[in-house]
Design a protein around this ligand. Structure first.
Ligand code: ADP
Ligand code: MG
Length: 309
């Protein structure tokens, strides 16, 4: 019988974001807590994902050209947690699909560690709201699935299943079916499945949008902890500005059609943060005032069938 040690899979990237242990006063760790948030010098760190002057147009069913993204320049550093916010329809999902290699840009370059993206790869994994879990497989088998496809040897698969289910606190549910789990637990299965593929970059597309506030808050804590422990690079899309401030090292705000990066905000509030904290609310308010104009444009387009002006 294999007895895998707790940390049989050290992270591919060393953790760079120690988060104070749970139980410490939020943002004000007791002196016994040595894991103070260390602010890395982001500018000096290597770029993991670079979007170099990206534009993308879709052709609509009526034959028109819709410019979804225009001249997007964004650099995400290794180990950074970047949130992208913007109104519905501004091209957030399109942007993640480009990085995932599921779409092709019309012009510009998507680079991962300096190399152009030419399609999907196991170094980048997309997690979205619908999750795409297999209802006919048990939790453990869902986590195992991608590894099986990659011909990971059985022993190694077994250790990784155990490791990543432990990381998301679902070890006891290994033999449950997906329909037996709550929404939050399903999200954690999806997270474990993505992490088991050991991607460098996690691309998350509004993953918590359908959850109740309490479950979402718990998942914020979990995700932050997992990010700190694994050192992954996370690009997280949301339309919820508070969520972005709660989670991100940086928030990039997009304009409505064509999607451009309007402004970037560096968030240096101490971790762990909480969505209801005054500082989080204040920062979110600042960003929201910048976003409001774009939301109005998006509502205008929606309520006027896109015929504005
Ligand atoms: P967001 O995720 O910010 O809501 P999307 O990236 O889904 O925005 O979409 C950006 C814009 O591109 C929207 O106006 C949407 O209608 C359009 N769009 C998305 N996918 C397609 C497609 N396959 N064909 C045509 N238009 C699309
Ligand atoms: Mg979307």
């Amino acid at each position: 019988m294999s007895t895998s040690p707790q940390n049989s899979y050290p992270p591919a990237v060393p953790p760079v974001h120690p988060v104070p242990a749970r139980g410490s006063v939020r943002g004000k760790p007791a002196s016994s807590v040595t894991m103070l948030p260390v602010r890395p010098d982001w500018e000096a760190r290597v770029a993991k994902v670079s979007l170099d002057n990206i534009s993308l147009s879709y052709s609509t069913t009526s034959g028109e050209r819709l410019v979804a993204l225009e001249n997007i320049n964004l650099e995400v550093k290794a180990g950074e947690f970047v949130c992208i916010v913007g109104p519905s329809g501004c091209g957030k999902s399109t942007l993640l699909h480009l990085i995932a290699g599921l779409h092709q840009q019309s012009s510009g370059r998507v680079l991962v560690e300096g190399k152009p993206v030419n399609g999907p790869g196991t170094d980048r994994i997309l997690i979205f709201q619908e999750l795409g879990l297999f209802p006919w497989l048990k939790v453990g088998q869902n986590v195992e699935f991608g590894m099986k496809m990659k011909n990971v040897p059985k022993g190694e698969r077994e250790e990784k299943i155990q490791h990543y289910l432990r990381l998301v606190h679902l070890s006891k549910f290994r033999d449950s079916y997906i329909h037996q789990l709550s929404g939050g637990m399903r999200q954690r299965v999806a997270l474990a499945r993505a992490l088991a593929a050991e991607p460098d970059v996690l691309l998350m597309d509004e993953p918590f949008a359908a959850l109740d506030a309490q479950t979402r808050d718990l998942l914020h804590d979990e995700l932050e902890r997992i990010w700190a422990e694994t050192g992954r690079t996370i690009i997280f899309v949301t339309h919820n500005v508070r969520e972005a401030v709660r989670l991100g090292d940086r928030v990039a705000l997009m304009t409505f059609r064509p999607g451009r990066v309007k402004k970037e905000f560096r968030i240096s509030l101490p971790r762990p943060r909480h969505i209801e904290e005054t500082e989080v609310a204040q920062t979110a308010k600042e960003i929201l005032s910048c976003l409001r104009e774009e939301i109005n444009k998006s509502l205008d387009a929606e309520y006027n069938d896109g015929k504005r002006g």
